[in-house]
Design a protein around this ligand. Structure first.
Ligand code: SIN
Length: 350
């Protein structure tokens, strides 16, 4: 009987303790603490911004700047969630993910739009934009406007062009100084027929590979060369697999900033205005900072002897230009006379 009493008391105490403390009934009468951080979370608009570059690059930094300004200017009503380094989508599937509204913003290299929009190849023509100012004129003038208009048929809103830098050639074989140095080499390229034609004209072969697969494909010698900006070469440590870099400035790598169009249309006018104003400001920031970022990352590679750096002299540059003339002839019918002539105006101004 004593044992029965002791067991009953034990069970009763257990249930009472669980109800009072464990299930929190004792606190039910206390007022809940107010957490203003949680207020309005249900109404928060999230923009998932996915990109493949590293954080410490012109694109990575521009996305961060845009995100923090948007958060501030909308008092936290819009949050831009950044997914860098291709952690969410890579360059081969991010456009479709944007269209499906799985992500709301991307900023692919312009060359990556050329399979859907062939006229975009105009930006890949070799030696088309001799100075940084010419690149800016192309992006912000009639060429850029014509290209952005093309996107309207695909439910994608083109917001702006962002800057990175001129592409340089790297090689794990010999230095690339004369057109004949390209013979029998195999290069990684972005998916643009003009870029492919450029290497064909130089006697090299190519494979289209995602940005984040360049390192490993160089490492196993599937490819033995590639072209990219100093910033991308530095931040992706491509110098570890490459012996030579030629400062050729033969093409420009920049970005188009895109948003899902339905998402855009559902935003309030006030939010759209903030996004457009912030985008213009970030574009200007990207223009002013991209050159210095590329220069300082190139200086760092030179300082540490990470890769042997070569510069094309005028005579070598002329030999490259002559060898690449056929690329213009091939591309003209695809690009169309209007855009082609606009580029020729920029190319030949000096
Ligand atoms: C990027 O800068 O977004 C990638 C460029 C590349 O694919 O080479």
């Amino acid at each position: 009987m004593k044992a029965f009493f002791a067991i009953s008391l034990f069970i009763f105490t257990g249930i009472f303790t669980a109800l009072f403390f464990g299930f929190g009934l004792g606190e039910a009468s206390e007022p809940l603490e107010y957490d203003d951080e949680q207020e309005g979370l249900e109404d928060e608009i999230v923009i998932k911004f996915s990109h493949v570059a590293a954080e410490n690059t012109p694109k990575g930094q521009a996305v961060r700047k845009f995100a923090s300004l948007i958060q501030k200017r909308t008092d936290g009503e819009i949050k831009v969630e950044i997914h860098a380094n291709g952690t969410l989508y890579n360059d081969q599937n991010e456009y479709q993910a944007l269209k499906n509204n799985h992500i709301q913003m991307i900023a692919p290299a312009t060359s990556k739009l050329t399979d859907k929009f062939p006229k975009w190849q105009v930006l890949d023509l070799p030696f088309a934009f001799p100075t940084y100012k010419d690149v800016k004129k192309a992006y912000e003038g009639p060429i850029g406007q014509t290209l952005l208009t093309e996107l309207k048929n695909d439910q994608v809103k083109g917001l702006s062009f962002w800057y990175n830098g001129y592409k340089q050639m790297t090689s794990s074989e010999d230095p690339l100084l004369r057109p004949s140095d390209f013979k029998l080499m195999h290069f990684r390229i972005m998916p643009s027929p003009v870029i492919k034609a450029q290497y064909q004209a130089l006697g090299a072969s190519t494979s289209v590979l995602p940005f984040n697969k360049i390192y490993e494909n160089l490492d196993v010698d599937f490819i033995n060369g590639q072209e990219n900006t100093a910033s991308n070469i530095y931040t992706k440590k491509l110098y570890e697999t490459q012996d030579h870099m030629t400062i050729s400035n033969h093409g420009y790598l920049g970005y188009v900033v895109l948003m899902n169009e339905i998402f855009w249309k559902e935003l309030s006018k006030e939010h759209q205005d903030i996004i457009q104003k912030t985008m213009a400001e970030t574009t200007d920031w990207s223009w002013r900072h991209s050159i210095e970022m590329n220069d300082s990352q190139l200086r760092e590679m030179k300082r540490t002897d990470a890769i042997e750096v070569h510069y094309l002299n005028d005579q070598q540059k002329q030999l490259w230009e002559d060898a690449l003339e056929s690329v213009y002839k091939e591309a003209r019918p695809v690009i169309g006379d209007k855009l082609f002539n606009e580029v020729m105006k920029l190319k030949e101004h000096d």
